[in-house]
Ligand binder design. Sequence first.
Ligand code: ADP
Ligand code: MG
Length: 731
Amino acid sequence: MDSLRFSAISKFSGKPEKTIPEPLKRTTAIFNESVFTLQTARKFLSDEAYKSLEESTHSGKKIDRNMGNQIANGLRAWAESKGVTHFSHWFQPLTGASAEKHDSFFTLKSDGTPIEEFEGASLIQQEPDASSFPSGGLRATFEARGYTAWDPSSPAFIMEIGNGRTLCIPTIFVSYTGESLDTKTPLLKALVAVDKAALDVCQYFDKNINRVTPTLGWEQEYFVIDANLAIARPDIMLTGRTVFGHAPAKGQQLEDHYFGAIPERVYAFMRDFENEAYKLGIPLRTRHNEVAPAQFECAPIYEETNLAIDHNTLLMDIMDRVAKRHNLKVLLHEKPFAGINGSGKHNNWSLSTNTGVNLLAPGKTPKTNLMFLTFFINTIKAVHDYAALLRAAIASAGNDHRLGANEAPPAIISIFIGKFLKDVLQEIEERVGENFDETDEAMLKLDIHKSIPELMLDNTDRNRTSPFAFTGNKFEFRAVGSSANCAHSMTTLNTIMAETLKNFKLEVDTLIEKGDKKEVAIMHILQKYIVESKTVLFEGDGYSASWEAEAKKRGLANVKTTPLALDAYISDKAKKLFESNAIYSPAELEARHEIMLEEYIKKVQIEARVMGDLATTFVLPSAVKYQNVLIQNINGLKQAGLKPETYANQLQVLEKISNHINIMSDHVEKMIEARKKANKIEDCRKKAIAYCDDIKEKYFDIIRYHVDKLELIVDDSYWALPKYREILFLR
Ligand code: ADP
Ligand code: MG
């Protein structure tokens, strides 16, 4: 009884190790406490410096050095009043995590006098040693150095770790020659592109609109398990998921976890991380249990996209850290456990104007309805035309287990809009060739607004299976993985939207020049777009086998694995799209493609190694021990002179175990050989495909199958790994 598993379970007290202080303050009293909001800035900056910061916050305009010094001084004064000693440029490199390098305010003057200072130059730009961040060969090709530059549109904040407090400056991370090495740089460019394109289109409807801001509200799904049990599972510690584990007798079939009472330990953890989040200005709003046991979700009030993404990145970090205080472990992996649901991160997305209009909310008047229809149909067209890029944007080794795999939704990009709007589009479509006239009652008076309750009613189980669904006043991109940085999907979505709107404007203007009235021209192009993109609309059950067949007939792609999905990034179409919208140069796309392939290879490689290690050093010894017990037992019975039929059952079990061990070990050996072969491949894409096809697809399932069978046979007290039934049901 001294196995790691049993000591983990006995340590698993069902209580956090330390008592966590209860939050006493109201949320409004702590919200933004650790953020240098404009309101706070007002108190610490001169009028001049405040104005300059405010302008940059709204426009992203650069701040000059002189003003930089003033703002830096104000920032330091504020930070020091809160016990901060260090500052850091905070950025999001392509590793998927956030990065910081801390410098102290403390320094020595040339005469040796110790002082505290924070210069404008250090606020505006830094050169972290960037050589170990992924660059896809960009830095080698261009210039060895990289630098971080302040993003004033996301406010500085104080990161509190234990008793240490650091002033964090959100920054972009680029190579010395300007190629982006992070997720934020292209995102900011995409936000500019869609602002401009959407603004141009808005002028058809309302000349008062002078800014369009994409909004994002993410819903973060995650698992929470006991930390001691996690430590006893090397696969969870190294890969974030279980590579083995038989489904427990009870899984999610009773559907008793969804929206059920939150276990007390998890509830304490939630309140604790929510508190940390509020201090950082992350406007969390909802928390609940998800479908699978031990699975939960939280979601904030939506925000401007750049800020929303910084907040999500920060939150993932906070959750991980706060969980440790509760002796818990958070799993953000897309598929931590086989046989039960995986985790996603729905990206609720819309476009909002400076006049306070949500462009994807159906209007109350014919005119605003036409504006809604314009943005609604352009989104459908964008998703239809660039589905492959959206698929690429959500591709990762983790998400492959969640999309397109067994027991998972397919990797087909389709859109759910609900029956009512589908009928509206059909009505418009059926009038192809007809001449609309501007007073066309039927067309302009589509009373969409009144039918929204009906639309929401339609918003039931069926649309939950859709990867991209319209939910009343926003689209919800649901195929995003739970551990992903939303910048990947948001950069792509906003870029394809910018491109589609630009073309839309061109086409409408052409008709207007030919003499069409504005509304009529708009209706004609919308009609054309419906015809061109309706194959992407799907209202049925996205998980059904018949949909895969139907989608194939419609010519929709169903790319199941990451190495192939990523091809879309380097297609001519993608290069043209991203270059003409000034998001990525072709060289940057090639670099990103390579980085993502490398990440994929490494992830699968680590999983394969962990599988091999666990099979050999955990599973095999447990199985052999039990085998020996059976052998002894059979021999003893034989010696006692009993007839063979009295120990036939033990013989049968022995034979089964031996078979499973043999097949398992044999495949582990073969998998090691396959890895050796794959490692010799120079070409990154071919290597990723080899890791996918010749290692993961060929060996993972079969090895797992035999290990999981052994788990069901071997004496429970010999089994070294914590089992699903122990991990998934938190007490
Ligand atoms: P659910 O999808 O679970 O029914 P909601 O529709 O209320 O929940 O919201 C889900 C998420 O969508 C929340 O994070 C919310 O802030 C966000 N959201 C709501 N409206 C918008 C919008 N206009 N733009 C972006 N996100 C939005
Ligand atoms: Mg939702």
